[in-house]
Design a protein around this ligand. Structure first.
Ligand SMILES: Cc1cc2nc3c(=O)[nH]c(=O)nc-3n(C[C@H](O)[C@H](O)[C@H](O)COP(=O)(O)OP(=O)(O)OC[C@H]3O[C@@H](n4cnc5c(N)ncnc54)[C@H](O)[C@@H]3O)c2cc1C
Length: 562
């Protein structure tokens, strides 16, 4: 907690060039871009970093084959340009954090020669637009090749498949890596810090923000020459803090995902369901030893709880099961998550499925607020660049180019795909733990293992037989600003996504470490565990599942490299 207090004091005692509000993909991308250009930057996040949409993604680093299809069928140049930009960014995202990303092949099952021709042509176009950024060329598979590649496919009437490559990533860790890289470059970052009001000078320009500490009573004033609103689906709220009458721009929609044991699916091959009952596509993707299925796209009511409902599970299963040899059932679900897409409203478009996932940098000349609206995880870097270009224009000082193109994120320098072997050898740890740590932290994993080397109790697993270890909790608090059990399990380590039952098992162990690190009382520790477990149980109830009914888990928590 001392470190947090020191950060608060440093922030309160300085004037910054840029204050970025919102610590998801967009905000972290803007903050890193600004700091690397030499602008003194502070990043504030109302909850935990990436606790909003940025950990609710399908975890694809992609141009979007559906958006390409729409670009072609609707002759929509904006969609086309978005796909093209995202494919360029895909390559940069993979290159700047190789430990958090990978290439994965998707299979589109075909049941007629027309489908094979149609999807095959579409994927060749996707390859062509990727150009030099192409990951692997697409290819046509025969029926036998498709079934060999993915034995879980339903074989009746299958004539083959089209295979194409896209990127996959660990969204929570990528966001942490952006924040840590920003801090390493000299930026200041504070989570649990909500911007609640702005101060203005006599000409109406924003000069300060009032920020309420969400973890303990208190507020601080942040002084800055420019403010960036990167609050995703909540952008309208902050736009209206600056200008009460700012018209609403956001049109959010809800998306849910569910996870299953990976049984029968290859670790390096995903399924694209090309047609859903509501005219979209759905993915079934191996992710950290689980099968991730998503997503839904439904209207969002302000204030709606972001948890998966039983209806959404039933919907997802209805779309995927016709393509599977052994249908999945709701009682096999191990976990799930839901989030809000930060879509920007477009004139005449009422259906959120039809809204383009493009971003817009909005500059309010009256107050000087720059808002980054909409966008995708894949394009966060470019969005940061465009936003900070605008901010520099407003600051009217010397312009400096964006430096994020080839700036490696924390953990990627010196990283190689077999880095885990070095960890296993140097620190004498099991293969699974070495792989888990290497893929979550890259070369920064060594710092975690140094903690465990200094205190052997920290080398113990969080849950017996599973890969994560207790030293990760200490690291999460000391280096990554975690303050709650959920910060640790949902975002720093990811155990909550691997399985709700695992998370319930790990909660008391995490709380015991947090008590030591954060100086909690026994009562605080007990309350934290109860609150966390009841939150997970609430998710289970919404999904129509009982805690006892959760299936047991495989031991494989790591992203095996293809
Ligand atoms: C279901 C779903 C699937 C998706 N799949 C993909 C995918 O596979 N690939 C891809 O590229 N993109 C995907 N996306 C899109 C991507 O996740 C989002 O575009 C991206 O995460 C948005 O990031 P953001 O930072 O703008 O918003 P957020 O992550 O929501 O961050 C905004 C932050 O602002 C904070 N905040 C709000 N108000 C304040 C305040 N007053 N003060 C301080 N902080 C505040 C919030 O707490 C929040 O953390 C998906 C989105 C969804 C919902």
């Amino acid at each position: 907690m001392k470190a947090r207090q020191e950060t608060i004091e440093r922030i309160a005692n300085r004037e910054f060039d840029v204050c970025v509000i919102g610590g998801g993909a967009s905000g972290a991308g803007c903050a890193l871009d600004a700091q690397l250009r030499g602008l003194k930057t502070v990043l504030v996040e109302a909850g935990d970093f990436a606790s909003g949409s940025s950990t609710a993604a399908t975890k694809l680093v992609h141009g979007g084959v559906r958006y390409l299809q729409e670009a072609v069928t609707d002759l929509d140049i904006n969609q086309y340009e978005l796909v093209e930009a995202a494919l360029r960014e895909r390559a940069l995202m993979l290159r700047n954090a190789p430990h958090l990303t990978r290439t994965i092949e998707f299979l589109v099952p075909c049941f007629s020669n027309f489908e094979k021709f149609y999807y095959g042509l579409g994927m060749k176009m996707y390859d062509w637009i990727s150009g030099k950024s192409s990951l692997l060329p697409s290819r046509l598979l025969t029926r036998d090749e498709a079934l060999f590649r993915m034995p879980a496919l339903q074989p009746a009437n299958l004539i083959g498949a089209v295979a194409y490559a896209d990127g996959q990533f660990d969204d929570a860790r990528y966001a942490m890596a952006l924040v840590e890289t920003f801090v390493a470059a000299g930026g200041e970052a504070l989570n649990y810090a909500r911007a609640t009001a702005f101060g203005k000078n006599e000409s109406g320009k924003l000069v300060s923000a009032t920020v309420a500490d969400q973890s303990s009573p208190g507020t601080l004033q942040i002084r800055a020459r420019a403010f960036v609103n990167a609050t995703g689906p909540f952008s309208d709220v902050v736009r209206q803090l600056a200008s009460t009458h700012a018209p609403l721009r956001m049109r959010p929609s809800k998306g849910s995902h569910i996870l299953f044991p990976l049984d029968g699916f290859p670790d390096n091959g995903a399924l694209l369901v090309p047609k859903t009952e509501d005219g979209r596509v759905i993915f079934a993707i191996p992710w950290n030893g689980r099968l991730l299925i998503g997503t839904t796209d439904t209207g969002y009511t302000p204030g709606e709880e972001m948890i998966v409902t039983r209806e959404e599970i039933d919907y997802l299963l209805r779309q995927v099961n016709p393509y599977l040899n052994s249908p999945l059932t709701a009682d096999q679900v191990v976990s799930g998550y839901a989030g809000v897409r930060p879509l920007v409203a477009a004139p005449g478009v009422t259906d959120t499925k039809k809204l383009i996932r493009d971003d817009e940098v909005e500059f309010d000349a009256a107050t000087g607020l720059t808002s980054i609206l909409g966008g995708k995880w894949t394009t966060h870097r470019l969005m940061g660049e465009e936003t900070i270009d605008k901010v520099q224009e407003y600051l009217a000082g010397p312009r400096s180019p964006s430096r994020t193109h080839d700036h490696p994120l924390v953990g990627s320098e010196g990283y190689h795909w077999d880095y885990w072997e070095k960890l296993a050898h140097n620190f004498k740890i099991p293969k699974l733990t070495a792989q888990h740590l290497a893929h979550k932290y890259g070369t920064a994993a060594a710092e975690i293992l140094e903690l465990a080397a200094a205190d052997a109790s920290l080398a113990n697993p969080l849950v017996e037989g599973e890969a994560p270890i207790r030293a990760q909790v200490v690291y999460a608090v000391r280096t990554e600003m975690a303050l709650t059990i959920e910060d640790v399990l949902a975002r720093r380590i990811g155990l909550q996504t691997y399985g709700w039952r695992l998370a319930i098992q790990a909660a008391p162990v995490v709380a015991a470490v947090l008590r030591q690190e954060l100086g909690w009382s026994a009562e605080q520790e007990d309350t934290a565990v109860k609150q966390y477990v009841s939150k997970i149980e609430h998710m289970l109830a919404s999904a129509g599942l009982e805690p006892e009914s959760l299936p047991t888990f495989g031991k494989d928590l790591v992203l095996e490299r293809s």
